[in-house]
Design a protein around this ligand. Structure first.
Ligand SMILES: [Zn+2]
Length: 317
């Protein structure tokens, strides 16, 4: 088997040693294929392809197939895909990752480069992967791209198991920030949006489900059910949101003495789900206070999609 066989298994690289060898423009020199300065500046931070273009034909494009740009698990493998068949040696020489990571490079086919880190990546870090090279067919321009991704945060350190729950609704920005924080901590939660929230934000339920969260019933319009007729209670629950979930959380935790709320919910197949920790995040409880409450007890934690410091609490856990 030749040194550059079709399939190259486990070439060990010290990432720094091959940093941009032969491909990265060095100060003071201006290779003819260098990208226009304006395009280069715009491309780097976006993780977009940085490729030369010109009269000699389009350069190959390279993209990061995995991990995704955010919330990358620390056990991630890094997989790059080229738009054209590449000359393997030129691609291997160009590969680098910053901060430096020890690992092995694999070249499963002539359009795919895979880097297997020897150890888990660091938590809460942004990595920059630089890769390029020449197409297998000679005469073309080289590809060169710097692609970035960020890893998840360390998992919460807690004495007791806990489940975060998020009620009601929020602005799209608030909800996306909660989802991003949960993804960064690798946490799954139970959401209790109102039916009104689902109507106002049609993307919400599919987004929550796609992220692996549960979606359970919190009525349609968030009334105090203890003050409603049994028929009105039934209507509110029936028009609520629920996806394969038998949990029902009455607004304000309000249930009448006669047990009508619980009875109607049960008749519709629901169990009442209240909480163990009430963060009162809606009232502006500081993040560190919420974290202390959760750490002290664990259990089911009541939060909201509209809490002032809710995202900070998730990230501080
Ligand atoms: Zn509520």
């Amino acid at each position: 088997m030749g040194a550059w066989g079709v399939r190259l298994a486990a070439v060990r690289v010290a990432a720094l040693a091959v940093l941009c060898l032969g491909l990265a423009p060095s100060p003071g020199t201006a290779p003819s294929w260098a990208a226009a300065p304006g395009r280069q500046a715009a491309s780097r931070d976006d993780g977009l392809v940085l490729a030369a273009s010109g009269a000699h034909g389009a350069a190959p494009q390279v993209r990061l197939v995995e991990p995704g740009p955010q919330h990358a698990p620390i056990g991630s493998t890094i997989r790059l895909a080229f738009s054209r068949r590449m000359a393997m040696g030129s691609v291997l020489r160009s590969f680098s990752i910053e901060p430096p990571v020890e690992g092995t490079l694999e070249w499963p086919d002539d359009r795919t480069l895979v880097f297997h880190p020897a150890a888990p990546l660091a938590y809460r870090s942004t990595y920059r992967v630089t890769a390029g090279g020449f197409a297998a067919v000679a005469g073309g321009l080289p590809a060169l791209a710097t692609l970035t991704f960020a890893t998840v945060w360390p998992p919460p350190v807690l004495a007791f198991p806990f489940t975060l729950t998020f009620d009601d609704c929020g602005t799209p920005e608030q909800i996306q920030a909660i989802l991003s924080a949960l993804a960064d901590r690798s946490l799954h939660a139970i959401f209790f949006p109102t039916g009104l929230c689902r109507d106002q934000l049609p993307w919400l339920v599919p987004t929550l489900l796609a992220a692996g969260h549960r979606v359970c019933n919190h009525t349609y319009s968030h009334p105090d059910l203890s003050k409603l007729s049994s028929a009105a209670i039934r209507s509110e629950i029936e028009r609520g949101v629920s996806v394969d979930c038998d949990l029902f959380r009455p607004p304000y935790g309000a249930m009448d003495r006669g047990g009508r709320v619980a009875a109607v919910a049960a008749s519709l197949g629901y169990r009442i789900q209240l909480w163990d920790v009430d963060t009162r995040d809606w009232a502006g409880t500081p993040a560190d206070v919420m974290v202390a409450m959760i750490r002290a007890r664990g259990g089911v934690v009541l939060m909201h999609m509209h809490g002032a410091h809710t995202v900070e609490a998730i990230r501080t856990l």
